[in-house]
Structure formats: C-alpha cells, structure tokens
Design a protein around this ligand. Structure first.
Ligand code: PMP
Length: 354
C-alpha cells in the first residue's frame, strides 16, 4: 500500500479472480469459461467494428439494448448494458445500498458481493446456507434489507426456486432483490419474468459463460425502468462508454446466432451429466448443479490436495479455502475431451491413494 492510498479503502480485500497461468498449457477448468469459441459472425462483427475505433462507441449501446429487449421480451428502458455483469452488480450496490440500506447474502456465494459491499462501505449480513448448501427462503422473508441471490448459486451450482425469489421480493417491498443469473442458461429458470410484476427485482446476466464471450466483457441488468434509470445515473457518473464498439457489435451478432450458443449450453449440460456420473463412481459427493461447473468433494483426498495434485498433472480446477467448503473443488464443465482427461487424471490419482 502506498502512503497515498485512501484510508477509506484500508480494510478492502479485493476479489481474487481464478488463476490464468502462462507457465504451461493446462486443461483449464477453473474459471467457468466456455470451451467453445464464439461463432464466426461474432468474430467478424468485432473485427469490422474495430475499423471505426477512432470514434467513441454509442453510450446508450442502442443496437445491443434493442436486440436484448427483443430476445428477453422486455422494453429497451428496462435494460442496462455493462462491462461484464460484475459492473452491473457494483452499480446496483452503489445505487441501492448504503448505511441505512444494508445488504444480505448467503455465507457461501459469489465472492464479489462482500468486496462490492466493502468497496462502497455498505454494511452487509451473511446468512448461512443450510447444511446441504441450499438456501432457506424463510431466512430472507421480511428481513427489510437489500438482498443478493445468485441463481444458480456459485460456487455450489445449486439453483433456488424462482417462486422462493418471488416470495422474498414480495415480503421485502422496500428493498431491492438483486438476482445474479450469470449461469442461468445451463438449465434453470430465470427470474426475468418477475421484473414485469415487481419494481424491486433486478436480474443481472452476462455473455461471459453461455455465450462464450468472457473476453468481450458484456453484462446486463433487467428490471423495472425506474431501477434502470437509477443505474444509468450511476453509469453516466462512472463510465459512460462502458461497452466498446467491438463488444457492442459482437453482442448483436451473438444474439442473431443465439441458437448456436444455446446448443453449446446443451452440450455442456450433457458433459456435466457425464462428468457427475464418473465423479460419483470415483467416490465423489457432487452437489446438484444447474451451472457450467460442479462442486465436488471426495472422501479419499482433501480439496486443497486434490487441486494441487491435478495442477501438477496439468488440469486446473478451483479451490476455495473458506471454512465450510475447503474440502470441495469447483470444476468447470468443458468439452467432453477435457472432461475425459480430468477423469483419467483423477482415476490415476485415486489408484495411487486408495
Ligand atoms: N456472477 C457470478 C456468480 C460469477 O461467478 C461471475 C463470474 N466471475 C460473475 C457474476 C461476473 O461475470 P462477468 O463479469 O464476466 O459477467
């Protein structure tokens, strides 16, 4: 820390992204990226947009907003595009939370929430998930706080019921419910339809996972137009040109080819089912996943050790040192070849141990 760093950030522990090592070629199953490249139309759209890089992008990101509005059956003023969904999450924390409006979220959930709360000096409460890592809606009914819920949750992969999200929103009418749907396209129901009925639900989604575009940094929020107007106030006070020309064009092309991406999601779900079966055969307890990753623990090897052993064998998975989950590893679901390699390495490792 320099002697100039503002005291207001002295307690801040930044979010740690998954490692992106350059030392050797790994089977990378640690950051929930897609194993599939975007389709050619996306690549071409980004390249031709780059030819106009001397000009600022459209700050309203109109073409992509309109395309998303059509895709999700909402009005353009019910959508805000952001630089990844981390940005919409941060904007929502900035816009709706403060000393008088704290936020609650699960003890085991996306690690960015406590960071965004600390960054914006927002008091927050963590509510323990049940023993089986499911969320108990009763814990959130009528708590009178803003709430962040990941649907499905990370790193567990478990999806809450949309009907429970609805009950939570109804019982906290003066608070905002932020529903983080980064992984929703891998087999669970979205809360987007609820945004038509309730003015206090904001859904955040991303092109990073299901649309193979983590590198483009496209996220978006869908909610009542008054919520979106507030978020626009934050956006225009922070970074008006938050979507690059190339990303905006690539995003439109992606939506024109949405079947390609949604097919890839189906392949990943098939690969997930295959991987879960093999892991169970190898003595793993695997949480029920609605995501492009699985969260699993074995009785014959500790989580941190498994992470290190797989890394030395050229397969990267993610391990978290948090108390309740330190025995687990989170494994991104990739191509079937990648999953076969993972299973081969675990099988070999188990032969050495058991
Ligand atoms: N929400 C969750 C639960 C995530 O795991 C991630 C990815 N780290 C994000 C949001 C943010 O992803 P992005 O900024 O790439 O949209």
């Amino acid at each position: 820390m320099s002697r100039f760093f503002s005291e207001k950030y002295s307690e801040l522990t930044p979010y740690t992204p998954g490692e992106q090592p350059r030392d050797m070629k790994y089977v990378k199953l640690n950051t929930n990226e897609s194993p599939f490249a975007p389709c050619q139309a996306v690549i071409d759209a980004a390249a031709s947009a780059a030819a106009s890089y001397q000009l600022y992008p459209d700050p309203d990101c109109k073409a992509l907003t309109d395309a998303l509005a059509a895709r999700y059956g909402v009005a353009p003023d019910e959508i805000l595009l952001t630089n990844g969904s981390d940005e919409i999450l941060n904007f929502a924390f900035m816009a709706f939370c403060d000393e008088k409006h704290p936020i609650a979220f699960a003890d085991i959930t996306y690690g960015f929430y406590p960071v965004a709360a600390q960054l914006n000096r927002i008091p927050y409460k963590t509510i323990p998930l049940k023993e089986d890592f499911t969320l108990d809606p009763e814990d959130y009914i009528g708590i009178g706080m803003n709430i962040a819920i990941a649907n499905p949750n990370a790193p567990t992969g478990i999806a809450p019921l949309v009907s429970d999200i609805e009950r939570i929103a109804v019982s906290n009418p003066d608070s905002v419910i932020i529903v983080d749907e980064a992984y929703v396209d891998f087999g669970t129901e979205s809360a987007i339809p609820l945004t038509k009925k309730y003015d206090n639900i904001l859904v955040a989604q991303t092109f990073s996972k299901s649309r193979s575009m983590a590198g483009a940094r496209i996220g978006f929020g869908i909610g009542n137009k008054a919520l979106i107007a507030d978020l626009n106030t934050i956006k225009y006070s922070t970074n008006p040109y938050n979507i690059s020309r190339a990303s905006a064009a690539a995003g439109v092309a992606a939506l024109e080819n949405d079947d390609y991406f949604m097919n890839n999601c189906r392949t990943i779900m098939e690969n997930r089912a295959w991987t879960v079966d093999r892991l169970k055969e190898l003595g793993f307890d695997v949480l029920p996943s609605s995501s492009n990753f699985v969260f699993a623990q074995a009785d014959w090897i500790e989580g941190g050790e498994l992470y290190l052993a797989l890394k030395s064998r050229g397969v990267l998975v993610r391990h978290f040192t948090l108390p309740r989950i330190s025995n687990f590893v989170r494994i991104t679901i990739g191509s079937i070849e990648q999953m076969q390699r993972l299973i081969e390495e675990i099988t070999a490792l188990r032969k050495e141990r058991v």
